[in-house]
Write a protein that binds this ligand. Structure first.
Ligand code: FMN
Length: 214
């Protein structure tokens, strides 16, 4: 198998909370991706400070440019959202909405990109956010790895400074990061996974934008 060179894994996540459990979880997973040889970058939702997605925005705001450039250059991603009212947070979804700007990427959106999914919850229903994220991965033509980490009772798992207290959880998050980097490396080393036929069928079923079928 040919060596595809360094693999870039971009983490997107966190909340607008100054001490974010979902950001802490994301950082651990990114450490795992680095352990597996990935070049990593964390995109912190709070620090990005994205405006609301606007379909007819006259200019691309710098924060959106940063998001889209980082994502377009990645072979793997890690997503981490808090569970808000049984689903992903609005701020996290807003970041995903901006990825609409990657509709004219070639190949579009996250085609052939590997994504690892994490959520942190106060209770036990974090899988609901993970499942929601998986729908988005699919809509963006990405590939979610089977291992997912919904963190229950995140207030117990991390301290107020964002340090992990649960060593087993830390290892699970690192394992997810390693898995994403490893899978992304395999994807990148081979021929494109998404064939022209599959891409055409996808475009017919899921148009790239308001204009209709691409
Ligand atoms: C607006 C809001 C809604 C929430 N909804 C839920 C919920 O439906 N279920 C749950 O288990 N936890 C819920 N939580 C708790 C968060 O999921 C939990 O504290 C999470 O770890 C926060 O992540 P963060 O530290 O990255 O902001 C909610 C918290 C907030 C602020």
């Amino acid at each position: 198998m040919a060596d595809a060179g360094p693999i870039r894994v971009v983490g997107l996540g966190g909340s607008l909370h100054a001490t974010s459990n979902s950001l802490a979880a994301l950082r651990l997973a990114l450490e795992g991706a680095a352990e597996a040889g990935g070049e990593t970058e964390a995109l912190d939702i709070r620090e990005l400070d994205l405006p609301f997605y606007q379909p007819d925005a006259p200019d691309v705001p710098p924060s959106v440019e940063r998001l889209c450039t980082a994502v377009a250059g990645a072979q793997g991603m890690l997503w981490s959202s808090p569970l808000y009212h049984g689903t992903i947070s609005g701020a996290f979804k807003n970041a995903l909405d901006w990825l609409q700007l990657l509709s004219d990427r070639d190949p579009p959106y996250l085609t052939d990109m590997v994504v690892g999914l994490i959520s942190t919850a106060g209770g036990t229903q974090g899988l609901q956010a993970v499942n929601t994220m998986e729908f988005v991965v699919r809509a963006l033509r990405g590939w979610a790895v089977p291992l997912v980490i919904p963190v229950p009772k995140a207030w117990q798992a991390f301290d107020r400074e964002g340090h992990v207290r649960d060593r087993a959880l830390e290892e699970q998050l690192r394992a997810l990061g390693r898995e994403v980097a490893r899978a992304a490396k395999q994807f990148a080393a081979g021929p494109p996974l998404t064939t022209a036929g599959a891409a055409a069928a996808e475009a017919a079923l899921q148009p790239l934008g308001d204009e209709g079928v691409a």
